[in-house]
Each structure stands twice: as structure tokens, then as C-alpha cells.
Design a protein around this ligand. Sequence first.
Ligand code: ZN
Length: 601
Amino acid sequence: LKNPRWQLNDLFPGIKSPQYQAAKMSVVRQLESLETFVAKHDIQAGKALLVDKKTLKELDSLLGHFNRLMADLGDLQTYLDLRTAANSYDEEAQAESSSTDALDARLTLLDKQWTAWLGRFGEQDLLGSPRTKQHAYLLERRRTEARHQMGQEAETLEVHLHASARQGWAKLHSTLLSQTTIYKKIKGAAKHATVTDLENLQLDPSENVREAAYEAERELVTQHLAPYTAALNGVKGYANAVAKSRGWTSVLEASLFTEGISQSCLDALHQACRESFPAFRRFLTLKAKFLGKKKLAWYDRFLPVTVGKQKTYTWTEAQQIILEHFRNYSPTLATFAQRTFDEGWHDVSPRKGKTGGAFCSGPITKTKESRLLHNFSGQLGDVRVLAHELGHAYHAECLFRANRTPLQTVYPMTLAETASTFCELVVSQEHLKTLVDKDKLTHLGQTIFEVSQNILDIHSRFLFEQSVCEARLERELSSKELRQFMLNAQKQTFGNSFSVFHDLMWVTRDHYYGSDYYNFPYTFGQLFSLGLYKEYERNPQSFPKRFDTLLASTSMADAVTLAREFGIDIEDVDFWRQSLSVPLGQVEMFEELAKKYRPKS
Ligand SMILES: [Zn+2]
């Protein structure tokens, strides 16, 4: 029996189908009419507006325009993305994608002008119609954004400079890194290995292979240290300059605004994290013992702790586990999951040409559905991934049920993982109870490790990025200094739990070049869900309904406000301590079980 693949027919029967062609024609026409509207009504930056009935009508009508376009263009793009994800050889979908990308660029430009125009409104002016009231939070955010624009000419220049300066550096970095190879004999015959090859070899059970791959990776990176250093200096120098010109006190302040959280919230989160470092370090040291070592080296991090042969699951069994645990949490969630299985939302097994990993597609507005891609191989981890992706789909479902508009479904990265991490926890915590001790140990080892990545590794990345951004305000940094910053950051978080660190991690991660502070939102997301899980344990009866409301409101207010409505204060370090008590409890459980299985050393 073959595992199912998703069906896309109710979205579009094909690119050449009359349905697709008509939908695309409608997007083109809507774009043209919006462009005319924006030009005619002078929707752009300027002096403060005297807001009258006419202006309010324009605002109301722009909301309508943007919502419809986002939905219609979004559906075309989702359809094409799903086709290429399922089959990278789908040339028809690829060619069509570049055509819809051009439409998307036009929409982005209009959106920027609209934001600049909103900056000309007063605070009270935005509440003129029922539709503007519904979008009040989003409009207010755009007003703030507009106040942080540099003026039309400078912003337009920035768009062009961004492409050739900032993105140019990022492109140089990623192209150079992905195309550089090193000729080595590590496992099997000698070959030209890329960084990705070498990182994969660091998952090998043999320590000699892992160590050799780690050394080779460093050798490969150091071949081009000068351009990587120039690129990072270029990118962060650019970020500092733009943040300053837009009136932010720092790149971090701009990122906190994007993510919709406050500095005091971040401080509280980080304080609780620092308090938890010793427990996670204890876990890593214990993990080292299982690998027959005193301490872990950087290249040992990802090895699982396994005792004996692991239980595996069929797709049908995975569905049953999910449904059972979801049902205990809330019948609504279980019924929803059942529907996704019955109606062909999942593409299950790996195959050639299919994209790796797992994801849940952006919601499809036309059908109020999602699609979920997996590379299911029967491991317990795959069952957890299924729960995770269903969480994303359920989040979209809550937004649909509340009749949110497309603009109201754009939420920050900090809140994007709330439902997914929570659903994963519901399954993982309950399923743990059903496992025999040796499987429990493996399962705990994996879940604790994943959380520890979000606490320790992500924190080290945050510290590194913060020191680079701050030091770069003064002058350019040498590669020696960047390596020292990385090493300091790793030592501050991992402490003495590692014997070997990796001071070149700033070269092997694209994030530092492509964006700013692509780190703390992960820690936030993980711990926010854990804190909500604690809340669920306290009030299992009333929780699910309140949680649905929260999920339906993720673009209606900032995280601090949303949490407050839940009776939670995320600017208080105690909330984050509560969150951390879940994985810290697991560390203790792991330590207990380890006594039984730990090899004598
Ligand atoms: Zn996710």
C-alpha cells in the first residue's frame, strides 16, 4: 500500500486550465486598477493629511484592494510552490513562478507607497469605518513603520542599493560557500566535498569520520575567509546605517518592532534562559557519556542517544497516535486532523525530486485549506513533525473560522510557531507515557536536545550578532575578531559542556547575511508555547477554546497584549521560568532513566 500524495485539483486543475488562466487575468487586472487608484489619489509619502470623508473612503477601499489581491495572487503562488516542492523537475510550474514573481514585485511596491501614505494619518483617523476598525492594529503598525521611513527618494534609493549592496554581499557569501569544495578522503573514496556534504558527515556514527569532516569543513571555509569577512562587514555595516537613518536606536530595536515584542520581554526571556543553561549543559555532558566520551565535541552534537533498536511506525499508525492524543486535548482539533487525512492534504513519503524536510503551505484562501509536505520514514521524530505541521494548518483554520482577512493573517515569526510547537507538545508529552523505558530515553534525548538548540545554540547566535552589530558601529572587524566573538558567544552559553567549539559558525550559516536577528524569535516561539502548555495543564477544560481565540488573533495585537488577555505577563521572567520547567523536568527524567542504561565508563 502506497502512502498518499496530496491533491491540488480543487485549487487548480493545471496551469493551462481556464480556471488558472482566469484567476491570473483577474490578478493582472486588479493590479492595474490598484496602480491607477494609487496614482490618481496620490497615495504616497507627504505632509500630514487633513483627513476627511473622502480620505477615509480611499483608505477603506485600499483595504479592500489589498486584501483581494493578496488572497488571489497568494493562491496562484501557493499552487505553483506546491507543485515545485512535490516535483523539482516541474518546469512548467517553475517558468510560471517567475511570471507571478513579477506580479508580486508590483504589489510590494504599491504596498510600500500605501504604508508611506498611512504615515500621514493621525492616530484617531484610522478608525473611520468598520473595516478600518477591524484592521486598526495593522494600520497603526504601518503608521509607525512610515514614521521610520527615510522619505520617498531615500527609500526608493534604498530598494535599489539593497539589491546590489546588501543582497550582493549575501549572494557572494552563499554562492562562494555553496560552490567551494575540498578534495578529501573521509568516508569511502576521495571526493570533492561541499560544506553540506561535510555537515552531513558530522552525523556519522564513527567519530573519526565526524572529526575529519569537521576539520575539512574548517579548512574549506578558511580558503576564502577574506571575502566572507568583507561580506559580513558589508551586511552589518549596511544594516547599522539603514537602521540609524530610519530613526531606530539599533538594528535590534528595528528587529524587535518587526517581531512585535518589547525589549523588556526579550530581557525577561533571556534572563530565564541564562538560568537554565546549567541544566542543559548537564544534559549534554550526560549525552557525551552515552557516546563514550567525557565531553562532547562540536561535531557530536546531533548524534542521538539510542539504546537498542528503535520502534518504527507506519503512516496509518502515525495518524492513529495523532488522532488519539489530539482527541484527549480537544475533539475539535482531532476532527480537523481527521479531515486533513480524509481530504488529501498530505504528501507523505520521500522520493526523487521532492523537496526535503517538512512544511505546511501558506493557507489557500479560495478553498480555506492548507497542504502538508512530509518526508515520512516511520521514525518517532516523523510523528512529532506530523503533529507540528498539523498545528500550522490548525492555526490557519482558526483564522479562517474567525473570518480574518488576508492582511489579518500576516503574523510575526515570534507567533508563527505557537500552534505548531504546542500541538507537537500535546502529542509528544502524551506519547511519552506509552513508551517502554529504553524508547523513552531516546525520545527524551531527542526532544531535550531540540529545545536545548533553541536555548543554547540560538542564544549564542544572538550574542554573536549583537556584538558584531555593536562593534561594527565603530569600524570594520577582522576575521580574527569575528572568530573571537563567535567563540566567546559559544563559551558563554555552552560553558564547559563542550571540549571543541566552532568559531567559524558565522560563515556556515546564511542567516547572518540574509537577515538580521534571525535567532531570538525561535527561542521566543518555543518557550511561549511551553508556557501555554503549562497553562493548559493547569486548566485543561477551559484552555482549548481560549487557545483557539488566541490563534485567531495573532495579527490583531502584539504578543504582550495577546498574552495579557490570557492572564500571562511575558515581560515577567517568572512566565519564562514556568515555560522552562517543562524541559527542565524532562532533563531530570532523562537523568533518572540514564542511570539504568548508561554505559559504565
Ligand atoms: Zn513550524
